[in-house]
Write a new protein. Structure first.
Length: 452
């Protein structure tokens, strides 16, 4: 018989029967089985609080809540504003992040502060314990692995020389304008060259002839040099006052960094535009804001700006390891490193390993066999005999097909978990962003194995 009215409300948070909710419930159980993770994140939050002082706050969120919010963000590809809305609107999301009925709603700035405080080393450690749990449950043993590389781009605009010079002028001008109030009337005079730099930047971009472009670049270089000289004078004035006002020390450090980076942009522009020199990629700077960014050329087809990462996946589709590279190292130089890292994770080498053709070399084959890998399959033989790599042609075909699966895993990571482009600033945050995507991916894959 239908009830006329609802009885007392339940304060428990039952999970919905829908598949996404059940996956979140399984992921929540995995977090609950690892109390060390929350303690480690809490240590990162405490370190951020000591570093930034009273101005820093994670909105009262615990280490466990911050970690769960990080996973919820990467799992759904949400911005901080969208994550704050989901935590206010979705009871399932609140339950996963352990927010009770009476808990205050965290703001997007509090969520950003907390999530950005979690270090990459912490996330990597949590991921390794997750792999240990998968091994104990018989889901992933690490005996059969596949390795491939991809590129995660930095959040920068296209790095033309005129754009970089314009960035230098506007950043230095902004910092010098902020220095006026800190120096309290003792700031050296400087001319605002933003409009002139903007016109020369557009002139270089839209020039119809090489002569017009060269003329625009020459004047843009002169303007940038003038601004750099003014910034050097203000930097000296700030250093003299840094013992009196702590704001001066912070502004002087920012100004010094911006001047050094702008000097590098000036040098490479003179060499490339005026001198006609081909500047090596290792000597170039492609962003004043993300100066750690590498130039990655993929098979002479396209140029990407970010960092190359090397991924190892197992038969369960879990990501067993990730290595963020600095520079555009050849794939052939990474095979031994990735197997050595597998030995560190599992205590022994995998029995079978499948690699892309770029990893193939006789030296790599000999080294990996010496480390205890029984079957080593490169998708392109590069002059190697099949029976030297594996026991039979049948095994080679199976491993080649197995290796192709990592292409789909990388595609899934890029499309769903945001691994195509890092949206966090600074190199440590880049590492943390990569590991947050991988940890979220592994949690979802392991949850689906447990529900299957």
């Amino acid at each position: 018989m239908r009830r006329k009215q609802q009885g007392q409300w339940s304060f428990t948070d039952p999970w919905l029967s829908a598949e996404p909710a059940q996956e979140l419930a399984a992921m929540s159980a995995l977090f609950a089985a690892d109390p060390t993770a929350a303690a480690e994140v809490e240590q990162d939050l405490a370190a951020a609080r000591r570093k930034h002082g009273k101005t820093w706050s994670a909105g009262g969120l615990s280490g466990e809540q911050v970690l769960r919010a990080l996973v919820a963000k990467q799992l759904r590809g949400l911005s901080y504003r969208e994550l704050a809305f989901q935590l206010a609107d979705s009871q399932t999301c609140r339950t996963f992040c352990r927010l009770g009925w009476s808990d205050p709603q965290p703001s997007k700035s509090a969520l950003a502060a907390g999530i950005k405080a979690v270090r990459a080393e912490t996330l990597e450690g949590i991921n390794r314990r997750l792999l240990a749990s998968a091994k104990a449950r018989g889901i992933e043993s690490g005996r059969k692995v596949r390795v491939d590389t991809t590129v995660v781009e930095s959040a920068i605009h296209w790095p033309s020389d005129s754009e970089l010079l314009w960035d230098g002028v506007r950043v230095l001008t902004r910092l010098m304008s902020r220095s006026r109030s800190a120096l309290d009337g003792r700031c050296p005079y400087f001319a605002n060259r933003l409009r002139r730099a903007q016109r020369r930047r557009l002139g270089a971009l839209n020039a119809k002839t090489p002569r017009d472009r060269r003329r625009a670049y020459k004047d843009l270089l002169r303007v940038t040099e003038e601004v750099v000289v003014s910034a050097g004078q203000i930097h000296h004035a700030l250093r003299q006052q840094e013992d009196v006002d702590p704001r001066c020390a912070a502004l002087a450090a920012e100004l010094e960094r911006a001047v050094l980076l702008t000097h590098r942009v000036l040098d490479q522009t003179r060499r490339r535009v005026l001198g006609g020199e081909s500047v090596p990629a290792q000597e170039k700077i492609v962003s004043l804001f993300e100066d750690h960014t590498d130039i990655i050329c993929k098979d002479r087809r396209e140029t990407l700006y970010g960092h190359k990462i090397c991924l190892t996946s197992g038969a369960s589709s879990l990501i067993l390891d990730c290595f963020v590279l600095h520079g555009n190292a050849a794939d052939a130089s990474l095979a031994d490193t990735m197997i050595e890292r597998q030995i560190d994770i599992y205590g022994r080498a995998p029995r079978q390993a499948a690699f892309d053709g770029g990893f193939a070399s006789k030296t790599n084959l000999t080294t990996l066999k010496g480390r205890g890998v029984e079957d080593v399959a490169f998708s392109k033989r590069r002059g190697l005999e099949i029976l030297d790599m594996v026991r039979s042609e049948w095994v080679y075909r199976r491993l080649r097909r197995f290796r192709a699966g990592i292409e789909g895993i990388i595609s899934w990571l890029k499309r769903v978990f945001g691994l195509d482009r890092c949206t966090w600033r600074s190199l440590p945050s880049f590492h943390a962003y990569v590991w947050s995507s991988i940890l979220s991916f592994n949690l979802l894959v392991l949850a689906r194995h447990l529900l299957a």
